[in-house]
Design a binder for this molecule. Structure first.
Ligand SMILES: *[C@@H]1O[C@H](CO)[C@@H](O)[C@H](O)[C@H]1NC(C)=O
Ligand SMILES: *[C@@H]1O[C@H](CO)[C@@H](O)[C@H](O)[C@H]1NC(C)=O
Ligand SMILES: *[C@@H]1O[C@H](CO)[C@@H](O)[C@H](O)[C@H]1NC(C)=O
Ligand SMILES: *[C@@H]1O[C@H](CO)[C@@H](O)[C@H](O)[C@H]1NC(C)=O
Ligand SMILES: *[C@@H]1O[C@H](CO)[C@@H](O)[C@H](O)[C@H]1NC(C)=O
Ligand SMILES: *[C@@H]1O[C@H](CO)[C@@H](O)[C@H](O)[C@H]1NC(C)=O
Ligand SMILES: *[C@@H]1O[C@H](CO)[C@@H](O)[C@H](O)[C@H]1NC(C)=O
Ligand SMILES: *[C@@H]1O[C@H](CO)[C@@H](O)[C@H](O)[C@H]1NC(C)=O
Ligand SMILES: *[C@@H]1O[C@H](CO)[C@@H](O)[C@H](O)[C@H]1NC(C)=O
Ligand SMILES: *[C@@H]1O[C@H](CO)[C@@H](O)[C@H](O)[C@H]1NC(C)=O
Ligand SMILES: *[C@@H]1O[C@H](CO)[C@@H](O)[C@H](O)[C@H]1NC(C)=O
Ligand SMILES: *[C@@H]1O[C@H](CO)[C@@H](O)[C@H](O)[C@H]1NC(C)=O
Length: 727
């Protein structure tokens, strides 16, 4: 009895406590019902199912509740990156106190009925980015207290009706990038939502002019509308928004000048107007933009000289002005104040004069591109002090003293990329006497010295460049043999000796090139500081380069070494216009990745090996002007080559050349007739199979090419990011 009393009190207390507990945490009936109907419409991954089965919905994954005067309501629904799919049900509209909705990075699909959110008068954050929502933004408007709307990376289309915003007067950030929206940029958005700080319309199909209106967002910090089809002049009222830190409008069709009023934007950090049709000169007092860190104006039609005040932009890290019509004495610019400069690209303009020594004072420089200008003189000795320099492109200028340049640049320990094609002219190839003690260039991955009419032989110091992947000595006057040590270079996978005076055999040691046999660099996805042109394509990653061996237009002789067949990763093999003789080795059919094979203009004899039909990626084949004989192989990619690949071989035959093979090869006709029914039956099968294989090969090639191209496209989008962030 004595003990029963406290027990009773205790359980009484427990009852009270637990009812309190339920009161505090169990969610409101209406909230629970609407969540359950949402839940019933979605799929979660079987490996990690969403478990919303307990009674108290406030305990469910992703749900947050708040108590308002003793009433508990759902205020948060946050399930980003949870692998969910399904569509948004109108039932969510009953979560009337919801303030935070984040379903980003899932696979939700279907339209977005804004009406659902009409009554969510407490919704502040709406993040539906990176899903598969599609269609038009449905009628009705964004709710009144919403501050952040992120619909980026979905599949929305149609135009954005400005009336969607008429209630959203608290909107601060609006991101619809990476969709398929069309029509004009809704610039009147700033009238209804004047507090906006971030606007991102990039990567859509918006078109036409940007109309007056953006200027009314007097707090705007970030304005992005790149990668659209916008036209006309840059929106004038933008120049009045003093708060702007970032203007990013690349890859559109903007034309006209950059108004000099832009210098009023003294907070500007990032100005990206590249790949447009802008013309005229840079504002003289651009130096007033003293906070500028990234100035990307490449690929426009800008002209004039660079204003000296540019030196006052002392926080500049990235200055990309390539592909314009800028000119004038480059050495008149004083870069010494740009101590933070990391990447400078003045390529493909009309700058004249010497490489400015003041560049050497920019100690943070990692990438310098001065290619395609009219620079003269020598590489200044002070460049040896640029210890972070990894990318230097001086191609297509009128410099002299290649030896001096190499002696200076070998001190740049980080140098990975050195483009000096068509840059020096009619000099001697620096040889081992010149560079006896070469210890530098230990990180060099690309060396191009093409088109310089250099004389001499291939020097052995090149063999000491253990990281060299790309060697371009094409279009010179280099004589002597191809050295056998080349085959021992551990990283080399692009060799271009096209058009020189090289003689002797193609050494069989070439067949040992490790980086063409096994992929030891597949993990090397490091991007280059600046993109570069390679066979007219733009690349920013070495890894994407087609692996090739090009020795065309030389005086090489002897047989094609069978060892070449070991280079399984080879994509391009060019042996054209030499004096190779003997047969085409069967072993070439082991080059399973080969896309281009050019053996034209030699003295090759014998038959074209049947086995070459196995090269399913081969899209270009050339054996013109040789002494080949017999029937042209049939099947595989050979069904796609035309007669011009085989011309100038009088003894070749086949339908393609309209030269019958019967005359040359006597067929045992009696035997044939005996087996006729069988034969025709068998005929159809290999034919069908061949067709299938051929089709398969073509599809594979297409997929391959598409993915390759996609990478380039991606790249061109990322260019600005990579250029700015990786350097
Ligand atoms: C869901 O969670 C409850 C407890 O909250 C548990 O009892 C139940 O077994 C879980 N169901 C699944 C399928 O994991
Ligand atoms: C929303 O709640 C009301 C009652 O409050 C109910 O009648 C209606 O069916 C609910 N709607 C949805 C879509 O759950
Ligand atoms: C939504 O969730 C993701 C993942 O946690 C987060 O990165 C993102 O910032 C959230 N969105 C907003 C607007 O808070
Ligand atoms: C908009 O969203 C995309 C992702 O979809 C993101 O990359 C971008 O940085 C966002 N824009 C802004 C201004 O934050
Ligand atoms: C654009 O969205 C797609 C998916 O819809 C995504 O794969 C891609 O990474 C996004 N691109 C950017 C630049 O955010
Ligand atoms: C929008 O996309 C849908 C498919 O998601 C398509 O049916 C519709 O025609 C598109 N509308 C416009 C205006 O492009
Ligand atoms: C330059 O950058 C530094 C550090 O990021 C900052 O403190 C300084 O204010 C900036 N200068 C200008 C003129 O914006
Ligand atoms: C720059 O181009 C404009 C036309 O866009 C032309 O009127 C002007 O003369 C050019 N200036 C120079 C210095 O070439
Ligand atoms: C140089 O720039 C012009 C545009 O100004 C462009 O058409 C041309 O392709 C560029 N050339 C190279 C080699 O990049
Ligand atoms: C190699 O040199 C040739 C000849 O100058 C040039 O056409 C080609 O663009 C160069 N390749 C690279 C990658 O620099
Ligand atoms: C190599 O030489 C070719 C000539 O066959 C030239 O057009 C090309 O730009 C060079 N490419 C490489 C791979 O350096
Ligand atoms: C084959 O090479 C010759 C010269 O080497 C050239 O004239 C011809 O255009 C090439 N044909 C094809 C199909 O590439």
């Amino acid at each position: 009895m004595r003990r029963a009393q406290p027990m009773l009190t205790l359980s009484f207390l427990l009852v009270i406590l637990s009812s309190l507990y339920v009161n505090i945490l169990s969610c409101n009936e209406v909230d629970r019902d609407s969540l359950i109907s949402f839940y019933r419409q979605i799929y979660s991954p079987p490996t990690a199912p969403l478990n919303w089965s307990s009674t108290d919905c406030c305990q469910w994954e992703g749900i947050g509740c708040t108590s308002f005067n003793g009433v508990t309501r759902v205020t948060q629904l946050s399930l980003p990156g949870r692998g969910l799919a399904g569509s948004i049900t109108p039932s969510l509209g009953n979560l009337s106190l919801l303030s935070y909705l984040n379903l980003s990075h899932n696979q939700f699909f279907g339209p977005l009925p804004l009406r659902t959110f009409h009554n969510l008068n407490h919704l502040e954050i709406l993040d539906l980015s990176s899903n598969r929502f599609s269609g038009l933004l449905q009628p009705d408007s964004f709710p009144v207290y919403v501050r952040t709307v992120d619909l980026s990376s979905n599949r929305f289309n149609g135009s954005i009706d400005p009336s969607r915003f008429h209630r959203a007067m608290n909107l601060i950030s609006f991101n619809v990038s990476n969709n398929s929206f069309t029509g004009p940029i809704p610039s009147s958005i700033c009238r209804s939502s004047p507090l906006l700080e971030v606007l991102d319309f990039s990567i859509n199909e918006f078109g036409g002019h940007i109309f007056h209106g953006i200027g009314e967002c007097s707090n705007l910090r970030v304005f992005r509308a790149g990668f659209n089809s916008l036209t006309g002049w840059l929106p004038y009222d933008l120049y009045g928004v003093k708060t702007l830190k970032e203007i990013s409008l690349p890859n559109n069709h903007f034309s006209g000048p950059i108004n000099s009023r832009i210098v009023l934007l003294s907070n500007l950090n990032i100005l990206e107007l590249h790949v447009n049709e802008l013309s005229g000169e840079l504002p003289l007092d651009i130096g007033l933009l003293s906070s500028l860190e990234q100035l990307q104006l490449h690929t426009n039609s800008l002209n004039g000289t660079l204003p000296p005040s540019l030196n006052d932009c002392s926080n500049l890290t990235t200055l990309l002005l390539r592909n314009n019509h800028f000119g004038g004495e480059i050495s008149s610019l004083d870069f010494s104040k740009l101590q933070r400069l990391q990447a400078i690209d003045l390529g493909n303009n009309s700058f004249t004069g010497f490489i400015p020594s003041s560049l050497c004072l920019c100690r943070s420089l990692t990438a310098v591109r001065l290619a395609y200008n009219q620079l003269v003189g020598e590489v200044p000795p002070c460049m040896a002090s640029l210890r972070s320099l990894s990318h230097l492109s001086l191609s297509d200028n009128y410099l002299s003293n290649v030896l001096g340049a190499l002696k200076i640049l070998m001190h740049c320990d980080d140098l990975a990329v050195l483009f000096t094609s068509r840059c020096f002219h009619d000099e001697m190839m620096p040889d081992d006497n010149d560079l006896k003690h070469l210890t530098g260039f230990q990180n060099l991955q690309i060396l191009t010295l093409g088109g310089c009419r250099l004389k001499g032989e291939i020097p052995t110091w090149i063999g000491r460049l253990r990281k060299l992947k790309v060697l371009n000595l094409s279009y010179n006057q280099i004589s002597g043999p191809i050295p056998t040590w080349l085959g021992a270079m551990p990283s080399l996978f692009v060799v271009n000796f096209t058009q020189n005076f090289l003689a002797g055999d193609l050494p069989r040691e070439i067949g040992l090139l490790p980086a063409l046999i096994a992929d030891n660099s597949s993990s090397d996805l490091s991007s280059l500081a600046l993109p570069f042109l390679f066979d007219s394509n733009q690349y920013n990653r070495l890894f994407n380069l087609p692996r090739g061996l090009k020795v065309g237009n030389n005086n090489l002789s002897g047989n094609i070494p069978v060892e070449i067949g070991r280079l399984k990763l080879l994509q391009v093999l060019d042996l054209s216009n030499n004096n190779f003789n003997g047969i085409i080795p069967d072993e070439l059919s082991s080059l399973v990745k080969l896309e281009k094979l050019d053996m034209s203009g030699n003295h090759l004899s014998g038959r074209i090996p049947e086995s070459l039909v196995r090269l399913t990626f081969l899209s270009s084949f050339n054996v013109t002007n040789n002494d080949l004989e017999g029937e042209i192989p049939k099947g595989g990619q050979f069904d796609t080559f035309s007669a011009i690949s085989f011309q100038g071989n009088p003894k070749l035959c086949g339908n393609l050349l309209q030269r019958s093979c019967i005359a040359t090869e006597q067929v045992d006709t009696t035997h044939d007739e005996d087996d006729e029914p069988d034969e025709s039956k068998w005929d159809t099968i290999p034919f069908g199979l061949g067709y299938f294989v051929g089709f398969f090969a073509v599809s594979i090639t297409m997929v391959f090419h598409c993915s390759w191209r996609r990478e380039k496209v991606n790249y061109s989008y990322h260019t600005n990011n990579l250029e700015t962030r990786s350097v």
